[in-house]
Design a protein around this ligand. Structure first.
Ligand SMILES: *[C@@H]1O[C@H](CO)[C@@H](O)[C@H](O)[C@H]1NC(C)=O
Ligand SMILES: *[C@@H]1O[C@H](CO)[C@@H](O)[C@H](O)[C@H]1NC(C)=O
Ligand SMILES: *[C@@H]1O[C@H](CO)[C@@H](O)[C@H](O)[C@H]1NC(C)=O
Length: 269
């Protein structure tokens, strides 16, 4: 997992300041896997209905309000994946669900669990259910933020993709910031009123909904990079609902919210 708290990850997390969603957010996302599992067929419900998916995993879609103070504003359907604990839930070794978040903002927790869920489970002696979600607005969750009209538009955009390291040349940083700003405008142009509901605060509320849907009053969470900001926001909003929390590859939250020249970026690059 050393790939997460890297200069690159931290650098990109900080660029998230400039716009809502960054490099991870794409309009066209695979909605079915090679085993034939199709996310589009998963109905969003307010309680969990796990379906077997991707061989060893279980998937579901949780229905949450777009606006937690006005449920007439519509609903989001959060795509959630689970790698179950190796212990039965009645076992004293079973420790319940643990949500992991890769950062971004806009990183897919479903992808993270598919890529590294087994590693997380092994590190934790199989005692937790490893849970990943695609935060509202991205990936397999609905509704989804749109940036492009067509696949070709997206392909053209991605063609000008970022080089590997922010320090590869003096051009990379300004160019990345310009692209990030532009991407923000693209999302704004395509917005049908949903963007204002895609906030860190609402994603934190969604994590509480996810915990509560499994009957837990406390969150167990492991966040990387921007995921540490999400953890801090959760703990600030819901101090009484923090069970266990690991913040890994930590971003300075005060600096993140206070300035546009994040100290993390300056000191890392
Ligand atoms: C959410 O609903 C409340 C109550 O109707 C409203 O005051 C608030 O502006 C809404 N939030 C957003 C982001 O639309
Ligand atoms: C809730 O949202 C709906 C739809 O956006 C709006 O018509 C209604 O006035 C809102 N209710 C409150 C209490 O703000
Ligand atoms: C960029 O930073 C990394 C990590 O500090 C370093 O290993 C690498 O040599 C740097 N690359 C350039 C082109 O300066």
């Amino acid at each position: 997992m050393s790939e997460f708290p890297t200069v690159r990850a931290i650098g990109w997390s900080l660029l998230g300041l400039v716009l809502l969603l960054t490099v991870f957010a794409q309009c066209f996302w695979p909605t079915s896997d090679e085993d034939g599992f199709n996310w589009n067929s998963v109905k969003a419900t307010t309680n969990y209905r796990w379906k077997r998916c991707y061989r060893h995993y279980q998937c579901t879609r949780l229905k949450v309000p777009l606006n937690y103070t006005n449920t007439s504003s519509g609903w989001a359907g959060l795509a959630i994946i689970r790698l179950p604990s190796t212990f039965p839930t009645m076992s004293p070794s079973y420790q319940g669900p643990l949500i992991i978040n890769p950062g971004g903002p806009g990183g897919s927790g479903v992808d993270l669990v598919l890529r590294s869920g087994m590693d997380f489970s092994r590190i934790l002696d199989g005692r937790f259910d490893i849970i990943g979600l695609d935060p509202r607005g991205i990936g397999r969750s609905t509704p989804r933020v749109k940036f492009f009209e067509t696949y070709s538009e997206q392909a053209l955009w991605l063609d000008g993709e970022y080089p590997d390291a922010l320090n590869a040349s003096t051009e990379v940083l300004p160019r990345s910031i310009a692209r990030a700003r532009l991407m923000g405008h693209l999302a704004e142009d395509q917005d049908d009123g949903m963007l204002r509901h895609i906030t860190t605060e609402n994603i934190a509320r969604d994590m509480l909904s996810i915990a509560q849907a499994s009957g837990d009053d406390k969150l167990q969470y492991w966040g990387f990079s921007w995921g540490t900001i999400l953890g801090v926001v959760f703990a600030t909003l819901f101090p009484d609902h923090v069970g266990r929390m690991v913040l890994d590859g930590v971003i300075d939250a005060e600096d993140y919210y206070a300035s546009e020249s994040p100290s993390g970026l300056v000191s890392q690059v």
